[in-house]
Design a protein around this ligand. Structure first.
Ligand SMILES: Nc1ncnc2c1ncn2[C@@H]1O[C@H](COP(=O)(O)OP(=O)(O)OP(=O)(O)O)[C@@H](O)[C@H]1O
Length: 321
């Protein structure tokens, strides 16, 4: 069966006055129906570029190489109309700041009816009934009253619940959640994590979570892809990777901490050194300058891909030797 999302050899350069920024390099990634995939990595590792390419939302200065297929359709070859359709009726997104999804001058009810525009068979009254039902499912009390309110009248957690309801009402085949809990206080964050866990059963296709929050990956994801300097350096089942990370960068992130799986509040720890300059990448492994186990080959040649448990792999010279 064709994967829901099939990305092969994807590279993205951003053209800038200082030369191209190599934001993504040779990304191979498939997302299957029914799975929840986590994308983790430091700021600048390319997570946003990857999800923007999935949503056909790259900025004008981006140059894309490689292929991206959603349900067998070539995303890169789509015209603007087809791309808009893809985002309205196929791929939905939830962002860190729910204001991105909620127009401040549009009442919640109008928004939740309008996002269902592709459901031509439903009357406005039926769409409103679906909106009320969805607000209840995402834990909003007195939904009829909420429909008449505006985003500024709701708390941050409530707004994120409405944004999640809006995304789910489009019946997405792929839901992309970009740091959906980062802007919330700890209590609200825990509630939204709970809601996101339930969201899983409300999405028929797949969910991709972009996060700095390793606890969120442990709590919600089946697989995790770890990104570094525009590459996936390790991918595999969350249980295998958290139990036995293969790549030194993943190991550094997890710090071999057995409490990780229990500690939902944990975020990406800091690792000594800085990410390389994406204008001028090193000849070898991009993590080598920060890697405690780097050898001569690591500095001189790109790292090979080595298979690991559960169908996963990691990109590292040390694993090959
Ligand atoms: N439009 C653009 N023009 C030039 N460079 C860009 C553009 N968008 C992103 N970049 C650069 O591409 C690299 C990857 O950025 P990207 O936003 O994909 O990373 P990220 O992992 O999502 O980071 P963050 O977690 O901070 O959002 C960064 O160096 C960033 O500065």
């Amino acid at each position: 069966m064709t994967p829901l999302l099939d990305i092969q050899g994807l590279s993205i350069d951003y053209l800038t006055p200082h030369g191209p920024v190599h934001a993504l390099r040779g990304i191979d990634l498939t997302v299957e129906r029914g799975e929840v995939l986590g994308l983790v990595g430091e700021s600048g590792s390319g997570k946003s570029s990857l999800i923007s390419s999935m949503m056909a939302l790259l900025p004008a200065n981006a140059r894309l190489d490689g292929s991206l297929h959603f349900e067998g359709r070539d995303i890169a070859a789509m015209g603007e109309r087809e791309r808009r359709q893809l985002r309205g009726d196929g791929i939905a997104s939830i962002f860190q700041d729910p204001f991105t999804a909620l127009n401040p001058v549009v009442a919640i009810g109008t928004l939740l009816v309008e996002v269902q525009h592709h459901k031509r068979e439903l009357s406005r009254r039926e769409k409103k009934a679906r909106a009320v039902d969805m607000l209840t499912r995402v834990g909003i009390s007195d939904p009829e009253h909420r429909l008449r309110q505006y985003p500024f009248e709701l708390s941050g957690g409530m707004r994120q619940r409405v944004a999640i309801a809006a995304a789910l009402l489009t019946d997405p085949t792929l839901l992309i959640a970009d740091e959906p809990t980062t802007a919330l206080d700890a209590t609200t964050e825990a509630q939204i994590i709970d809601l996101l866990r339930q969201t899983r059963s409300m999405v028929q296709g797949a969910i991709v979570f972009v996060t700095h929050h390793l606890g969120l990956v442990a709590a919600l994801c089946d697989r995790v892809a770890v990104m570094y300097a525009g590459e996936i350096v390790e991918i595999g089942p969350v249980t295998s990777i958290f139990a036995a990370p293969q790549h030194p960068y993943t190991r550094a992130l997890l710090e071999c901490d057995p409490a990780m799986l229990r500690d939902v509040a944990r975020r990406l720890p800091t690792i000594g050194g800085t990410v390389p300059d994406l204008h001028e990448l090193p000849a070898g492994c991009a993590f080598a300058p920060r890697c405690p186990t780097a050898c001569t080959a690591c500095v001189q040649t790109p790292a090979p891909v080595v298979a690991s448990a559960g169908g996963g792999w990691a990109r590292c010279h040390r694993l090959a030797s």
